[in-house]
Ligand binder design. Structure first.
Ligand SMILES: Nc1ncnc2c1ncn2[C@@H]1O[C@H](COP(=O)(O)OP(=O)(O)OP(=O)(O)O)[C@@H](O)[C@H]1O
Length: 306
């Protein structure tokens, strides 16, 4: 896929002297959902804010759709939409006015048909004349998305789209984001919910202490860094692991009847293990496999949770 956003050698040192970004290189492909994961203070907001033109960059270069975000900022910014975490202004405006106004901010001509389409796609049409203050939390989030889509961006940043929302709204938001991707919008989301990245993203980037420490296809990441476990449920309890099974480095499972084999999905000795278990006279009642989650991989990479 073609790159739509390219960041190279980006640094940022705040006036306090703190270096928040230490040479970021990142390429986002057109049409993908990219999740940026990182612990608190990793530099996610700084990176997004620079790309969106809200914070000045240090060294480095960023292009959006081929336009330099500094030298060709008008063209670059018109391609980008940002959904912040909270609605901070416009409480007394109507949904229609606030979304239409957002479009105007990007110098785009009024286009009521587009605003109508956006509001309908976000199930906000029946609320178009409501003042924002009268909307529920979930609807306000939808308004944030509508505002960000008002100028027809090709790249949409979602900053923790489901922070603090309930489970059903989270599912709705996920469906909505997937729907946006279907329309060709490239999505970059930051999240603290690793399950969100696991559920939604095509690729995952992990940022820590101002550096991107990994960018990978989600499935590949889970295959290569994730460990798999094979749980052998035996007919009778085992008090000690037989010597003949030592080389498989088994460990005891949750009950006396379980033995757990940790393996690599690309290279393992499962067949040999199963015959060795039989040779020892242990009878297997059932088998189960388990793949480590993105959360476990993340903790392994940055040494802590997000
Ligand atoms: N205006 C500022 N002046 C000085 N330091 C700042 C400023 N803004 C952010 N920082 C520092 O830069 C680092 C990165 O912050 P940033 O907000 O980008 O992290 P984050 O990954 O978005 O974190 P979180 O997940 O907590 O939102 C932090 O150590 C933060 O304290």
């Amino acid at each position: 896929m073609d790159p739509i956003l390219e960041v190279s050698g980006l640094t940022k040192t705040y006036s306090s002297g703190f270096q928040a970004l230490k040479g970021i290189d990142l390429t986002i492909r057109a049409g993908e959902i990219f999740a940026l994961l990182g612990p608190n203070g990793a530099g996610k907001t700084t990176l997004i804010s620079i790309i969106c033109g809200l914070v000045n960059p240090g060294q480095g270069r960023i292009t959006a759709g081929g336009y330099d975000i500094i030298r060709q900022y008008r063209q670059a910014r018109s391609l980008i939409g940002l959904v912040p975490q909270e609605l901070t202004t416009d409480a007394f405006e109507t949904v229609w006015d606030t979304v239409s106004y957002s479009r105007g901010l990007f110098g785009k001509k009024a286009d009521p048909a587009h605003i109508e389409k956006v509001l309908k796609s976000l199930s906000l049409w029946s609320k178009k004349d409501n003042r924002l203050i009268t909307l529920s939390g979930g609807m306000k989030r939808r308004v944030l998305i509508a505002k960000a889509l008002s100028h027809e961006p090709r790249i949409l940043f979602l900053d923790e789209p489901t922070a603090g929302v309930d489970v059903s709204l989270r599912q709705d938001m996920w469906a909505l984001v997937r729907g946006l991707r279907e329309t060709g919008v490239t999505i970059i989301l930051t999240t603290h919910y690793i399950e969100e990245a696991e559920e939604m993203a095509d690729r995952i980037g992990i940022i820590d202490q101002g550096r991107i420490i990994l960018v990978q296809d989600k499935h590949q990441l889970m295959r290569t860094l994730g460990k798999k476990e094979l749980i052998l449920m035996l007919e009778a309890p085992v008090t000690a692991i037989p010597a003949a099974l030592e080389r498989f480095r088994l460990r005891a499972g949750g009950t006396d009847n379980e033995l757990v084999y940790t393996y690599d999905s690309t290279e393992n000795d499962i067949s040999a293990l199963l015959s060795a278990v039989q040779d020892c006279g242990l009878r297997i009642r059932d088998l189960q496999t388990r793949q480590s989650s993105l959360e476990e991989i993340f903790v392994q990479m940055v040494g802590r949770t997000s």
